[in-house]
Design a protein around this ligand. Sequence first.
Ligand code: ZN
Ligand code: ZN
Length: 166
Amino acid sequence: MKKDNFTLKFSLALLEKEPVTLEGVLPPEFLELDDPMLKVVSDITYRLEAAMVTGNVTVTGVLKCRIAGECGRCLEPVTRDIATRNLALFYDELGDAEELDVTDDVRSELLLEFPMNLLCSPDCKGLCPVCGANLNKKECGCDPDAASPDPSGNSLWNALDKLKLK
Ligand SMILES: [Zn+2]
Ligand SMILES: [Zn+2]
């Protein structure tokens, strides 16, 4: 598919007369997502409203899509619906262009909503460092200290205790 198909443009001639609404769907490729951990698994739906006031253009609206990946803690598959929040773009200095291209701006607005660290739930318990069990599903009863010798700095306190005893 040609990249031209992915552009989101408003005709400034139309905007000079009245507000313009653009809505439709774009393929996942629109986002040019370069992340091995996340995939866009739905089309991207958008609805954008542009209005011109005293020569400046304001664009509001919403873009939505669904993403999938694995939980950063327990590695279970996760899907999540993503939407822009309070999208509001402002354009001045339009010059004598015929069209206002908002493609890159709305793309980054949607990408901003992508999670840095996808989790199945905010309080996912993750995997047991000893046996690898998914701790959301069962308590394996392992002693976590056995796997990670010093996660909380306990050995420092132990060492200090020993010093005091002398
Ligand atoms: Zn998880
Ligand atoms: Zn375990």
